[in-house]
Design a protein around this ligand. Structure first.
Ligand code: HPA
Ligand code: ZN
Length: 335
């Protein structure tokens, strides 16, 4: 098994990180105070109680209920900055060099907070991460799939200035997967793409949904990356396609265990993906909720795949760099 020091030193790229999912209990409670928030009566009352709750979730929806309640404490531009900056500081210590990070504007605009407030706060943290840590980053705006597609079109309209000027680099799709398949969002993806030809497209698919959700995201939404995608393992033709077109799967090992998608990281089809030349990266998803940032995910995978040598890990790190949406010069510097 490779050492934790080796994994720490590997230049790591993160492609599947929800900024709202980095809200640690020890920031959540101070924000409750700072912003005078009233939490639901049955919400845990202390950092310890909340950490206890985060030990296990029944499924994706059980987690999402806590996740959306957590987002309610974020009000001011400074709150969004503080949240993202705390993430960059932690990830920098773990050897992060490039991050493509999600955020969910609709979980804030639905509470009367403007998309400018959210985006500017997050962007300011990205700018600081570049200056202080030389970490490059991209913002990915996600649509919440439990929100009506017509509403999502309005969100895209509100985000238009940021899509046009490139502040938002990519569009994603998250939240409860199974009841809301990709075909519902065709118009949204078309509309967003029409605003900027450089806008990249991705979507959560094949986490709880079937391999068909992955194929549909590729065919109908024209995405060039798949978030999670682990259920692609059950479709041979799809695996061939992912390998042929070098579609990056952004895998989240600790998340998959915490949400009981698998019982242990060893069940993940990572060896199959390597054998079939399907590129993937390893990511933390919602680290405040799932018990680990990027390095903890790498370390857990190394424990569950102890036969992977330095060369294999080098290949994984390179696949993550090559699958990134940064400029070619940055990629070459990282390779
Ligand atoms: N899946 C779907 N929606 C999400 C996730 C996830 O893993 N994390 C935050 N929103
Ligand atoms: Zn996710």
């Amino acid at each position: 098994m490779v050492s934790a020091e080796f994994l720490q030193e590997l230049p790591k790229c993160e492609h599947h990180l929800h900024l709202e999912g980095t809200l640690e209990p020890d920031l959540l409670f101070p924000l409750v105070k700072r912003n005078n928030i009233t939490l639901p009566d049955d919400f845990p009352k202390s950092v310890e109680e909340l950490n206890e709750k985060y030990k296990q979730f029944r499924d994706l929806q059980d987690f999402l209920d806590y996740y959306y309640t957590g987002t309610n404490v974020l009000i001011k531009e400074q709150d969004f900055f503080d949240l993202a900056w705390a993430y960059f500081q932690k990830a920098h210590k773990q050897g992060l060099v490039h991050a493509e990070v999600f955020y969910d504007p609709q979980s804030h605009t639905s509470r009367g907070i403007s998309i400018e407030t959210v985006t500017k706060g997050f962007q300011r943290a990205c700018d600081k991460a570049l200056i202080e840590f030389k970490i490059t980053s991209k913002l990915i705006m996600c649509l919440l799939r439990h929100i009506e597609p017509e509403e999502c079109l309005k969100t895209i309209e509100e985000a238009t200035p940021f899509i046009k000027d490139g502040t938002i680099s990519a569009l994603g799709l998250d939240s409860a997967e199974k009841p809301f398949p990709p075909n519902l969002f065709v118009e949204c993806y078309q509309k967003a793409s029409s605003l900027n030809e450089n806008l990249r497209l991705t979507a959560h698919a094949g986490e709880e949904g079937t391999a068909q959700y992955v194929s549909d995201a590729l065919d109908l939404l024209q995405v060039t990356r798949i978030d999670h995608g682990i259920n692609s393992q059950y479709d041979d033709e799809l695996l061939d396609r992912l390998a042929r077109d070098q579609i990056l799967l952004t895998i989240c090992p600790l998340s998959n265990v915490k949400l009981q998608v698998v019982q242990s990281v060893s069940e993940l089809p990572l060896q199959k993906f390597l054998d079939r030349n399907v590129p993937f990266s390893l990511n933390s998803d919602d680290p405040a909720y799932f018990g680990g940032y990027i390095l903890e995910n790498y370390v857990q995978v190394s424990k569950d795949f102890p036969h992977w040598d330095h060369k294999t890990w080098g290949r994984i790190a390179k696949n993550a760099i090559n699958g990134s949406w940064c400029e070619n010069k940055r990629k070459n510097d990282l390779l």
